[in-house]
Design a protein around this ligand. Structure first.
Ligand code: DMJ
Length: 480
């Protein structure tokens, strides 16, 4: 066990003691004893110079962006080790540029943003004979175009968004109203009946915003029906599974959790209440939250985690926590449960510190790694930003600094940033996902930048970190 983990455990145990929670099992009392002199390494490094950190984040964003410009300009992604371009569907949809554009606007990188907008304006066409993933194209492309439109008022971005939204609409033509996993952008042909709540329930922020901006209600109607149809199929104890068939509406996977495959369904229940002031969404979240607390919340050795359970019986099926699940503190905080969020964030940070950067999946009971990769994911940074916003506790700045230092140390390459095949060996992988620009760098930047960089209360971030403007009535509403 590293010094950093011991230190983090000590502090977590100290706060657990305040909450009268037991010392972690599997750890000696001295490792976890409250009041130990060792502060967490994150804070031991001294107060954080936030403006200097914001400048570092911006410089690292530019390092990666210039690598993309040099070796993959106009393509979906850069492969950062081989320095070659990669297109998801064999033909570019400008995915990195669209996902990255609002981050540049927020960082004030106007030259880069203008070049990128020119590229999108002149080269992006959705009239392509390719079957795209409804969920991924919605959160990255539709979300990116809409937020960049709201930031720049470039009408071409809204026109592209409307064209894309219209081409995605056939996805909702299933017997249940749940969207097919794939839709062909040229023919409208759909495929992929087996999907999951994250994919059926993570569309309403983007489609609802498109309705608001175009005055065409159809987009909102389809996405809301998909969300409600997902929620309606919850089990008698209030949980959803992780696989569903859009033709029959039957569950094909009954494992319940808050991680990948379900994650952003819960996120959108909360956020749709905030973005649109939609009471149905808020009610759906509140019934879901009660079931999550009852069956998924887990107190393992004094630390709060959320495990897996069977959706029908509530029986624990796994004690796994993941990099993807690390968004959940942000959602809890946004829904008003800041204390739970803070405890859960400490657990995620414990996972990060095990190997100096977070693994994809951890068994929190045995504290062993179940999937060793690190895919440049943003979720833990997102939660750090939210918690700092809600608490102003400088511990979150220190946490962010530790994570950013580790991220630069292990993932930086000559041309950009690379995922890790293993957080244990730190071997890099030839992969630089678009959400590095949309989310990871954006959340690091917003954590350290002055609040004026983006008015948190005026927007709701989609699950790809694209800020969408709250309607005035919804903005006044506060928590759902
Ligand atoms: C992103 O595409 C989105 O945040 C999505 O909701 C989950 N996974 C990735 C980032 O890890």
């Amino acid at each position: 066990m590293t010094t950093r983990v011991r230190a983090a455990l000590a502090v977590a145990a100290a706060s657990a003691a305040l909450l009268t929670i037991a010392v972690p099992s599997g750890l000696s009392a001295s490792q976890a004893a409250p009041g130990t002199t060792a502060p967490p390494a994150a804070e031991a490094a001294g107060p954080v110079d936030a403006p200097q950190m914001a400048a570092r984040v911006k410089a690292e964003f530019l390092h990666a962006w210039h690598g993309y410009e040099r070796d993959a300009w106009g393509h979906d992604e850069l492969r950062p080790l081989s320095r070659t371009p990669y297109d998801w569907y064999g033909h570019s949809l400008d995915m990195t540029p669209v996902d990255a554009l609002d981050t540049m606007e927020i960082m004030g990188l106007h030259d880069e943003a203008d070049r990128t907008r020119r590229l999108i304006d002149t080269s992006l066409s959705f009239d392509q004979d390719v079957s795209v993933k409804t969920f991924e194209i919605t959160i990255r492309m539709l979300g990116g175009l809409l937020s960049s439109y709201e930031l720049t008022h470039d009408p071409r971005l809204l026109a592209l968004a409307e064209d894309l939204g219209t081409r995605l609409l056939p996805a909702f033509d299933s017997p249940t109203g749940l969207p097919w996993e794939f839709v062909n952008l040229h023919t409208g042909k759909v495929s992929g009946p087996n999907t999951n709540p994250a994919e059926t329930g993570t569309l309403i922020l983007e489609f609802g915003t498109l309705s608001r901006l175009t005055g065409k209600p159809i987009f909102m109607e389809k996405a809301k029906r998909a969300l409600v149809e997902t929620w309606r199929r919850r089990s008698a104890i209030g949980l959803v599974g992780d696989g569903i068939d859009v033709e029959t509406g039957k569950w094909t996977g009954t494992d319940s959790h808050v991680s990948g495959g379900i994650d952003s369904y819960y996120e959108y229940l909360v956020k749709c209440g905030l973005l649109f002031g939609d009471r149905d969404c808020t009610d759906m979240w509140e019934t879901s939250f009660a079931a999550i607390q009852k069956y998924l919340a887990d107190d393992e050795g004094g630390h709060l985690w959320y495990g897996h359970a069977d959706m029908n019986t509530g029986k624990r099926t796994a004690t796994r926590w993941s990099a993807l699940a690390a968004y959940f503190p942000a959602v809890l905080a946004l829904a008003g449960h800041v204390d739970l969020a803070a405890r859960l964030q400490d657990s995620s940070f414990l996972m990060w510190n095990l190997y100096g950067i977070e693994p994809e999946v951890l068994d929190y009971k045995t504290m062993t790694v179940k999937a060793p990769g690190y895919h440049l994911r943003p979720e833990i940074v997102e939660s750090t930003y939210y918690l700092y916003h809600f608490t102003h506790d400088p511990k979150y700045l220190a946490m962010g600094r530790t994570m950013f230092d580790d991220f630069v140390q292990y993932c930086r390459t000559g041309d950009g940033y690379a995922s890790l095949k293993s957080v244990i060996t730190k071997q890099q992988a030839d992969e630089m996902p678009t959400f590095l620009f949309a989310e990871t760098f954006k959340y690091y930047y917003l954590l350290f930048a002055p609040p004026s960089a983006l008015d948190f209360d005026r927007v709701v971030f989609n699950t790809e970190a694209h800020p969408l403007e709250r309607q005035p009535a919804a903005a006044a509403d506060g928590h759902p």
